[in-house]
Design a protein around this ligand. Structure first.
Ligand code: ADP
Ligand code: TRP
Length: 359
């Protein structure tokens, strides 16, 4: 991940001058983490921190964002622990990076309210996640032959979903984050955070840093087993830290075309190959590409190789993951310590923001 996709001039907020750059990203615990989350968000975010030792890197569980969807408290807690263990198993080092749970940082919610008071409702109306939900409801009503009434179609949209982008802006702006590594589906949210910051600055002075998203087009949208974007919402994921059996089953469930065993196969349209290339080095990727093109490998054998590759790479992280999941109080302690550091980093921004609005 090395390309700035949205490059407008980033006027530095005067408050953030002479401070290290801040890299920040979060994931919401709404389901078990999958290969798309790893390749699109976790791996590039950790690589960015490694490449920028002078920057402050913050990673967090966007747990209160998940409340728009998750209504079962036991499952909620499990998902938070799973996500925390996933980050650490994938290489996050809590001694070097600030790792915390959003809900342990109350300043996020204070800033979220302040920002919502200078954010127009129209900006929220344009957010993809909200629009997609309204579309789903509208289609549902049309299918059932009913008149489409604005009240009905919005009934399934909770206010958390509606104002989700403002909370996300608060997550980012609270730390004056400059770079936010995310997959493609989150790019609009970062643009909204920029708009929110710019509007706040127009009213109150040069207070907030305008963030930029970072996403690499080659990893920004990993396909799931059915060819759509891999997503918890589509039930097409390959789990990161499920059992080996679950991993095998998911990989063998990847959709392939019906080319017979000895026929040439198109790597460009092959989901198996698109996932394989994210994990294999260049030599192995070239070999696999040639074998497909020359019809020297069956889909079954290609899936077997994909399984062996991922399973081998996950062996050590899986051990770390399982060890952490067996000692959840250790996860909680790590997150609490991270929240103390995060609150310390957030304090100067909140002081300036409160002062700027006249409190
Ligand atoms: P999901 O769609 O499964 O609910 P999230 O919205 O929780 O995933 O995404 C967490 C992070 O992982 C975000 O930065 C998102 O852009 C990234 N991400 C999710 N799915 C993919 C994917 N299929 N390819 C690349 N990145 C992804
Ligand atoms: N909306 C992000 C997702 O669905 C999670 C998130 C919340 C986030 N706050 C953030 C990501 C701040 C980056 C920065 O994955």
């Amino acid at each position: 991940m090395n390309r700035l996709v949205n490059q407008p001039a980033n006027r530095p907020a005067n408050r953030s001058m002479h401070r290290p750059d801040v890299i920040l990203t979060g994931i919401k615990p709404t389901g078990s983490p999958h290969l798309g989350n790893y390749i699109g968000a976790i791996r590039p975010a950790l690589a960015l921190a490694r490449r920028s030792p002078e920057a402050h890197a913050l990673y967090f569980l966007a747990d209160y964002h998940a409340l728009t969807l998750v209504k079962d408290p036991v499952r909620f807690r499990d998902l938070c622990h799973e996500l925390a263990a996933t980050w650490i198993a994938c290489g996050l080092d809590p001694d070097r990076q600030v790792f915390y749970r959003q809900s342990d940082v109350p300043e996020v919610f204070e800033l979220s309210w302040i920002l919502s008071c200078s954010t127009s409702k129209g900006l929220m109306n344009r957010a993809h996640a909200y629009k997609a939900q309204v579309d789903r409801h509208t289609r549902g009503h049309m299918r059932s032959g009913g008149d489409v009434d604005a009240g009905d179609v919005e009934a399934g949209v909770n206010m958390g979903l509606y104002s989700y982008p403002i909370l996300m802006a608060a997550d980012i702006l609270l730390f004056q984050a400059k770079y936010v590594p995310v997959g493609r589906d989150q790019e609009q949210h970062i643009e909204i955070a920029r708009d929110i910051a710019a509007r706040f600055n127009r009213s109150f002075g040069d207070v907030l840093t305008l963030p930029l998203y970072l996403s690499d087009p080659s990893t920004a949208e990993i396909p799931g087993t059915d060819g759509r974007k891999m997503s918890k919402a589509y039930n097409n994921t390959i789990p990161l830290f499920g059992s080996r059996e679950q991993l095998r089953r998911a990989i063998f469930g990847i959709k392939t075309d019906s080319s017979p065993p000895g026929a040439p196969k198109d790597p460009g349209t092959s989901l198996v190959f698109q996932i394989y290339r994210q994990f294999a080095d260049e030599d192995r990727t070239d070999t696999m590409r040639n074998r497909l093109v020359q019809g020297r490998i069956t889909w079954k054998a290609a899936k077997e190789e994909l399984f062996d590759l991922i399973d081998g790479l996950l062996e050590r992280p899986r051990a770390v993951y399982e060890e952490l999941m067996a000692d959840r109080s250790r996860i909680d302690r790590l997150l609490e310590a991270g929240a103390c550091s995060a609150r310390e980093l957030a304090r100067p921004t909140m002081e300036i923001v409160r002062q700027a609005v006249g409190r």
